[in-house]
Design a protein around this ligand. Sequence first.
Ligand code: BES
Ligand code: ZN
Length: 372
Amino acid sequence: MAHAEVLAVDIGSRPAGSAEELAAADYIRAELASYGYEAGLQPFPIQVYETFRSDLDVAHASGPSQIDAAPLIVSASGTETGQLVSAGLGYPDDFPVEANGNIVLIERGEIEFSSKVANAENAGAVAAVIYNNEGGPFDGRLSETPGIPVVSIAREDGESLLDLMASETLTATVEVEINIVDGESQNVVARPADGACRIVVGGHYDSVPAGPGANDNGSGTAVVVELARTLAANGGGDVCFALFGAEELGLIGSIAYVAALSPDELSSIEAMLNFDMLAVGSGWPMSGSTSLVRLAGEVADGLDIPFDISTSEPGGSDHAPFIEADIPALILNCFCDPNYHTADDSLEFLDRQRFAEAGALGLGLIEALLAA
Ligand code: BES
Ligand code: ZN
């Protein structure tokens, strides 16, 4: 809990490439070094998006209004004015002829943002506004930069625009100015001073910009650091630790870590355990490589901790690049945080009992793997 407090309260939000992300890396590295590990930073390049402007202005009978709008990452930059035209969920058939040369209002859901935007461009739209399919605003990502500016707005704003559009013609202006700049992030890597890496225990320590990332992933980082401390205090073992940066930009840190492994290291790592978002909710769904899921079930049984073998895809996280590289990997958590990626992902919601269970499961798994 103390590590999570440093990360989520003292440091706060830790977006990839920020000074706060680096401050968190320095804290983690110093902790791991103080337990006797050889601990260092592994830097890698990233691209950071800087938003200078993201506006949606609507002119209607009762006067102009400005609506809070966020650019999708990574929208085209530009300023476009046109009639606001409703285009359903953004399927090709949802676009009326009036979409041509105008701005389309699309509901989030069912198909990917990139498909909605490609369909909007095909219909001739000059900009797209996507409103949330649940209450509040959202941050979205496109697989590549489209030819038109795209912004997201809250469901409430989308619905009031639709109400107005039922009785009058609305003229909207979408203005986006976004810049991609080169930046740097880093992993924190630690190994026993005189040992090898049979197991990699890891998790990401960066957060989304929206909030302090207490559960995502101050929680997993804290458990990894405590596992390192506990193992060192009990004579150690061939276990290495990796805290990844820039996970929230697309697993950049764990991809860089795996890419930097030598063929010898690749073949000597028997398992990767990923701790991500574990201190909120109840239950322990386990997913990943079959052999590790089975072993984790045995460990949980031995500790009397209820678990589920999860067949659903876990959220994308840092175990994936290891599995890609044929290293068995496992993630344990419950996919159930109501404050996921929001400003409310804060320390007060972290549950001590879940920290205790995650630590016990982690330690049990490490012991079982080292004994095999
Ligand atoms: N911590 C999440 C992944 C996650 C979600 C794990 C729910 C367990 C339960 C991670 O930080 C995240 O948000 N991942 C993204 C994908 C990533 C490649 C940007 C996601 O799942 O959408
Ligand atoms: Zn996460």
